[in-house]
Design a protein around this ligand. Structure first.
Ligand code: SF4
Length: 342
């Protein structure tokens, strides 16, 4: 498979004036990230809030321009495209946002909102054809009968219905890549699986690549079970590779900690569970990241070297991990984490 998208040493800084004295400071939200996505693949990008995963999504879709590094689509830097190439790229890369209400214009009907990109990209000759195409698309995403949805305003629909509409809007322009940013986190738990299935279906049927951004490992595992996962911590990727391989044998201590923090529904089992004992539960200030490995103030395995030198991603058993002590990190076992004695 060819690379559809590549991030090459991408970093981005924002100016922030938060804090008690409202002092201006630079926050490096993403730092030297390298990542690639192949045509038709599903990549889950996971990490805690504030780790930079949404910022990566916004750089891929051209909403943010990186401070340094390159975002390549079909091998071309998206910030150096000709007018025609840029138009194609904007059509080929779509984003589905977490907040479906904010993503739709409240003053326009669903038909008005969704027919605009079809007409703009000349995928429909006129309003009648746009309506016909949207009716077909709504069948595909399970919004039937379509007339019950097309003439409504966003506030007249449920969160799950609006999220399907956002997917329909993204698919309507025949994209090659969809960046889905926490697309199910604001949807009722009972509807999440059907939305994930819908995205997996779109991936198979139309060979659309997906970047699924989430803090929820369970949904990441569900949708990207045949794909890859990239784990982010404080603006950096710390582990990346085949999802099943990584989640069955997590190597980086941060991913081990994330997995051992997954709630266990059975209280008796939960009582015996042994979460990884982190030195601190708090994420450091992104404006002032720790020297060396960014995880060192929390990592139970940190040694002096970890406070001095930043680890880079190195190959290990077919995946990439950024940790100085990787050979000495004990294997993390599901049985221990969930309190099952062998
Ligand atoms: Fe922990 Fe050191 Fe590895 Fe960072 S480099 S994850 S601090 S052991």
């Amino acid at each position: 498979m060819n690379e559809l998208l590549e991030l090459k040493n991408v970093s981005i800084e924002f100016e922030s004036n938060s804090g008690f004295f409202r002092k201006k400071r630079n926050v490096k939200a993403v730092s030297n990230v390298n990542l690639e996505v192949k045509a038709g693949e599903i990549l889950a990008v996971v990490g805690e809030s504030g780790c930079g995963k949404t910022t990566i999504g916004k750089m891929i879709t051209g909403i943010y321009k990186p401070t340094s590094g390159q975002v390549l689509f079909d091998g071309k830097d998206i910030w150096n495209l000709s007018k025609r190439e840029y138009y194609e790229y904007r059509k080929s890369v779509q984003m589905v946002h977490q907040d479906s209400y904010a993503a739709l214009n409240p003053a326009r009907t669903i038909f008005q909102s969704l027919s605009a990109p079809l007409l703009h990209h000349k995928l429909a000759k006129n309003v009648e054809e746009a309506r016909r195409k949207l009716e077909e698309l709504f069948m595909l995403v399970g919004l039937t009968p379509s007339e019950q949805f097309l003439d409504k305003y966003p506030h007249q629909l449920s969160g799950g219905q609006r999220q399907r509409i956002l997917l329909a809007r993204a698919i309507s322009v025949r994209p090659r890549l969809i960046v889905a940013d926490e697309p199910v986190s604001m949807v009722d738990v009972s509807l999440r699986i059907s939305l994930l299935d819908l995205m997996a279906d779109m991936n198979k049927k139309f060979n659309i690549a997906f970047i699924y951004i989430t803090h929820d490992l369970a949904t990441a595992r569900y949708i990207a079970s045949n794909g890859r996962i990239a784990v982010m911590y404080l603006g950096k990727i710390v582990e990346v590779g085949n999802l099943e391989q990584i989640l069955s044998r997590p190597r980086h201590p941060y991913l081990q900690a994330l997995l051992s923090a997954v709630p266990i529904p059975n209280p008796r089992v939960a009582r015996n569970a042994k979460p990884l004992p982190l030195k601190s539960p708090d994420m450091p200030d992104p404006a002032n990241p720790p020297a060396g490995c960014r995880f060192n103030p929390r990592c139970p395995y940190a040694e002096e070297r970890c406070t001095q030198k930043e680890p880079v991603l190195n190959e290990l058993d077919g995946e990439m991990v950024a940790c100085h002590m990787i050979e000495r990190i004990p294997d993390w076992k599901w049985e221990t984490a969930i309190g099952i004695q062998k």
